[in-house]
Ligand binder design. Structure first.
Ligand SMILES: [Fe+2]
Length: 317
């Protein structure tokens, strides 16, 4: 059972719209080594887990929980990079037809971002291939699953480091830097699990072997220790810290720490109406009905609380 918090795991940084950068980032979302795969691979491995190696289950499950937040973050980042047809100045309910306000869209790397997605992320890679469930590896053998997960996180970190080099857009670089750091942390999580099963990593890790503090956004996160943290995202306990603690398998002298959740979270932006895409959330008539419903709901809830006290289901857990 899962709950959702209306906050992001990392802030969306403001910069100019950049559809090419958005398309490069699609690889980190719907690519073979992207966030949709890490999310589904770790979820399936934890749902299908066999035996009583609970600390290993809790570790895979905790990382899976975080991957849901990564999918949310990358999706929001791609939408932010796409949003805003240049020069358009319409009102909320305008449906312009006297000019080609989306003229630029047909020249973009992926015109589906505008024709299909109304300036929003799609579950595809940077070449437009749809995400596939066949990317998900759940071998049913713990050692093989952990090895596979380490390769997945290492390849994710490698490809994201390449994407960082493709654009200086601050919106892209902030999100991709966070993912480079967290892919590094998850690489260490699966390496540490394999270490408890007898593996000696010597000087192999991290993959790829380069000084990621050359990227200033990455350095800032590493200075804050984000690369050595893991999160359980569990309300009822976790044995993840039995594995994710002690010295880092990177052999850099740093220590790993398991926390219940990240120390901070950030506002989740709502995309504006885009009349040039015929994408208002509601037209004027439906807006009126929605407003009336919201007023009715608020009044009804207030009347109920006046009579019976606060709704216990709204209590903090
Ligand atoms: Fe991730």
């Amino acid at each position: 059972m899962f709950y959702h918090v209306k906050n992001l795991i990392h802030p969306i940084v403001d910069d100019r719209p950049d559809p090419s950068a958005a398309n490069a980032l699609q690889e980190g979302l719907g690519g073979q080594f992207g966030e949709m795969r890490t999310m589904m691979q770790f979820l399936f491995q934890s749902f299908n887990f066999r035996g009583d190696g609970i600390p290993y289950l809790d570790l895979i499950h905790g990382v899976a929980m975080e991957e849901i937040s990564h999918v949310e973050l990358v999706t929001k980042t791609i939408s932010k990079l796409l949003d805003g047809a240049p020069g358009y100045d319409g009102g909320k309910f305008d449906t312009p037809g006297d000019s080609t306000v989306l003229d630029m869209a047909k020249e973009q790397k992926n015109p589906h971002h505008f024709i299909v997605g109304a300036q929003a992320a799609l579950p595809v890679d940077a070449a437009g291939n749809p995400w596939s469930g066949s990317y998900v590896h759940n071998h049913g053998n713990l050692v093989l699953d952990l090895l596979d997960n380490l390769v997945l996180e290492a390849t994710g970190r490698l490809q994201k480091s390449r994407i960082y080099q493709m654009s200086d857009n601050k919106t892209l670089r902030s999100t991709i830097s966070f993912l480079i750091v967290r892919d590094g942390a998850h690489q260490m999580a699966f390496a540490k699990a394999l270490e408890t099963l007898g593996v000696d990593w010597a000087k192999i890790l991290p993959v790829p072997k380069f000084d990621e503090t050359q990227f200033p956004e990455v350095k800032k996160l590493m200075d804050a220790g984000v690369h050595n943290e893991a999160y359980t995202f569990s309300l009822d306990g976790s044995m993840m810290d039995q594995i994710f603690s002690g010295s880092s398998p990177a052999n850099d002298g740093s220590e790993l720490v398991t926390l219940k959740e990240p120390k901070e979270s950030y506002p989740c932006p709502i995309s504006p109406e885009r009349p040039e895409e015929f994408a208002p959330g509601l037209d004027p008539e439906l807006q009126k009905l929605a407003d009336a419903f919201s007023e009715f709901k608020e009044k009804t809830l207030k009347d109920m609380e006046d009579k019976a006290g606060p709704n216990p289901r709204n209590k903090e857990i």
